[in-house]
Write a protein that binds this ligand. Sequence first.
Ligand code: ADP
Ligand code: MG
Length: 262
Amino acid sequence: QDKKMAKVFCIANQKGGVGKTTTAVNLAAGLAMARQRVLLVDLDPQGNATMGCGIDKRSVKHTVYQVLVGMVGVAEATVRAEGDFDVLAANRELAGAEVEMVGFENREVKLREAINEVDDQYDFILIDCPPALSLLTLNALCCANGVVIPMQCEYYALEGLSDLVNTIKQVCKNLNPHLTIIGLLRVMYDPRMTLAQQVSAQLEKHFGDKVFKTIIPRNVRLAEAPSYGVPGVLFDKSSKGARAYLDFANEMVERLGLPVVA
Ligand code: ADP
Ligand code: MG
């Protein structure tokens, strides 16, 4: 009998500061609020997702680094975050993993091997990727069923997108045939900017259904939340940013045909 496996999504974009971590943290918390069992994996040595969930990256006992090099299992390494989801933390140690793993056999599937052991215990496993198409990101793409791509609607956004899409195609062809693009998420959106409207329309035209209907506005409450160690959706539930991320979590659940819990 098949075990029920989690949907594994990575939040990827090789650019920094495009809203990956904000999306990963708020989607994790939003899905948890929709009664989904969620594991958030921080795969960025900066540890921003870890800190944003209220976990101190400097003092956390176990991290994803230890999991990747085989020192500890995922179940043992996760920490419970406020908001009722699990976090596999990251800190600077992870930067060394990339170098260490060069000597490993099957180094691109280390995360997949680790996650396989717990994927029947979650509905969603979300992976916050670092801002590079590196071995870490490759590990994320090799264990995911889907990629969520947050992007700002600015001119250069489209340029980077084709590199990412090509990488995803390559991984799909050579390493992980289950990988698909779940969708593009427009973030930090400012509707007063004509350029943002134009790029947004262009995205819809080129990618159609692959563009999420929900748009995340630029909202200062989302930027303030991490300094309190709380996901934006919990920090100020009535803010525009929080409501948008909750809508996004529900859109995701609906898109996958799961029952929506208000
Ligand atoms: P990445 O993980 O891609 O580097 P982040 O999620 O860390 O990007 O976002 C970069 C910066 O922008 C952070 O300071 C974050 O708080 C801020 N930010 C992200 N999304 C929004 C938003 N919708 N409105 C306002 N600020 C945002
Ligand atoms: Mg980040």
